[in-house]
Structures are given as C-alpha cells and as structure tokens.
Design a protein around this ligand. Structure first.
Ligand code: AMP
Ligand code: ZN
Length: 138
C-alpha cells in the first residue's frame, strides 16, 4: 500500500526517477542520491512501512536476506574493502525518509570520508550495566 506524499513510494511507482540496481516483486534497490560512498544503495520494500516498528517480520527477514546477497555482489563489482548495513528509525536516530529502508554502504580504505558512522562513547557503572541488562532480558 503506498502512502501519499512518500518520496520512496513515488520512486517505487516510477513517478520519481531513480538509479535502480535491483528489483523483484517485493523490493526495489536504488542508488542513494546523496551517497556516503561510491555505490551507496538503499533497499526499499515496495509496500509502505514507516520503520522497523511498522514492518512485518517476514518482510524484514527478506530485506536482510537481500542485503546479504547484494553485499557480496557489490563487494565483488566495486572492489570495496568493507561494508556497512545501516537502518535508521525515527528522527532522533537520523531517519529522514519515513518509509523503511536499509542502507548498503560500501567502504573503501582510501575514501576521504573515513568517519562515516563513528560515534563517541558513553560510560555506565557496573550497577547501571546490571540494571540495563536486567531490564532488557527477554
Ligand atoms: P535516512 O536518513 O536513513 O532516512 O535515509 C534517507 C536516504 O534517502 C538519504 O541517504 C538520502 O540521501 C536518500 N534519498 C532521499 N531522496 C532520495 C531520492 N529521491 N533518491 C535517492 N535517494 C534519496
Ligand atoms: Zn512509502
């Protein structure tokens, strides 16, 4: 089901042009328009899901299977030295397009922006770590 005013739904329907590298009944994979590196691509489910909370388990699992295949294919073709798979949810986490997508980001030893995805670290006491761990057990 498409969402009105969703840019990725419009790309999926062909209303907005994209560089499509893969397509099947469930997914379209396009090059990111503002790439972090050469070959940066986005896996888009054809159904509209806002984020990881909204998407069903089966589609999420299939998206990860596709990421696995494309990581191997893109690494072979591009000759990259590593690979990030990134998936942002909600504005605070960097999501800017609210149609679920997975970033496939090839990494190169010689790239100028080697700081993609670096973050500073927080420190928690052992007590805090225990409490966090207890609260998250499932
Ligand atoms: P996120 O910040 O995780 O929501 O990622 C959204 C991504 O979509 C960004 O990396 C944008 O560069 C990319 N993007 C936005 N509009 C387009 C478009 N029309 N074609 C391709 N990529 C796009
Ligand atoms: Zn959409």
């Amino acid at each position: 089901m498409r969402e009105k005013d969703c840019i990725f739904c419009k790309i999926i329907e062909g209303e907005i042009p994209s560089h499509t590298i893969y397509e099947d009944e469930r997914f379209k994979v396009i090059l990111d328009a503002s790439p972090a590196s050469k070959g940066h691509a986005l896996i888009l489910p054809k159904e509209h899901y806002a984020d990881i909370y909204d998407i069903d388990e089966d589609t999420a699992a299939c998206a990860m299977k596709l990421a696995k295949k494309l990581a191997a294919h893109m690494t072979e073709v591009l000759g990259c030295d590593g690979f990030n798979i990134v998936q942002n949810n909600h504005e605070i986490a960097g999501q800017t397009v609210f149609h679920f997508h997975m970033h496939l980001i090839p990494r190169y030893k010689e790239a100028k922006n080697a700081d993609i995805l670096q973050w500073s670290h927080e420190t928690f006491s052992q007590e805090e770590m225990k409490a966090i761990c207890e609260s998250l057990k499932c």
